[in-house]
Design a protein around this ligand. Structure first.
Ligand code: V0V
Ligand code: CO
Length: 161
């Protein structure tokens, strides 16, 4: 196992009531563009990833850029739906890159931090994701992200950079 477990900041997840409106705000204010728009039934969200930082050329070298992930709930009784009802719109979670999500989950479980997912789930753009309990991490819902294999560094095969 290679330390540190977290290799990069992958995305900031932001809860919103109206995804199209939120996308419009990020586009108008910062010029960010949507690179992926997905419905994830298991997670109960419609979500958009907006790339921040390096452009396409740098992305090929660095794996992928960071993202803003805008999250609209599919129903009130979902993680993001409940969050909106309790706290309103705002930062919902932080997603960090990991090289090997299985190894990372096993190592973190040994520290006593509670895993919300015992095994990886399907995430945005083909990534494998797993969540850690916010109550054990200073109130921050924390997500581990292992990139899809097609997103590995082209020359080295290194994952999750
Ligand atoms: C709830 N709480 C949070 C929170 N959501 N604290 C910090 N950040 C959040 N996002 C707190 C809440 O204030 C309560 O604290 C307590 O947790 C219980 O709240 P609850 O409304 O009853 O919620 P629960 O217990 O039903 O569920 C909360 C957890 C749940 C975090 C366990 O939301 C969860 O499993 N989330 C993981 C999945 C997820 O969020 N998926 C959507 C993103 P007090 O008041 O008791 O102290 S999907 C995604 O990111 C994808 C697809 C991707 O990146 O690819
Ligand atoms: Co996320």
């Amino acid at each position: 196992m290679v330390l540190p477990l977290l290799t990069r900041i992958d995305h900031v997840g932001i809860a919103c009531r109206d995804l199209d409106q939120a996308i419009g705000i990020y586009r108008a204010t910062f010029g960010l563009e949507v690179v992926s728009l997905e419905v994830n039934e298991e997670q109960g969200v419609r979500e958009a990833m907006l790339a921040v930082g390096p452009g396409a050329a740098a992305e090929a070298l660095a794996g992928r850029p960071g993202y803003v992930q805008l999250l609209e709930p599919l129903a009130p009784d979902t993680p993001v739906g409940k969050f909106l009802a309790r706290r309103g719109e705002g930062i919902h979670h932080v997603g960090y890159g990991v090289s090997d999500i299985g190894e990372a989950l096993a190592a973190i479980a040994g520290t006593g931090v509670r895993l919300l997912d015992q095994r990886p789930r399907h995430g945005s753009m083909g990534a494998s994701i797993a969540f850690l309990h916010p109550a054990d991490l200073g109130g921050v819902l924390t997500e581990l992200v292992q990139l899809a294999s097609s997103a590995r560094l082209p020359h080295t095969g290194v994952k999750g950079i």
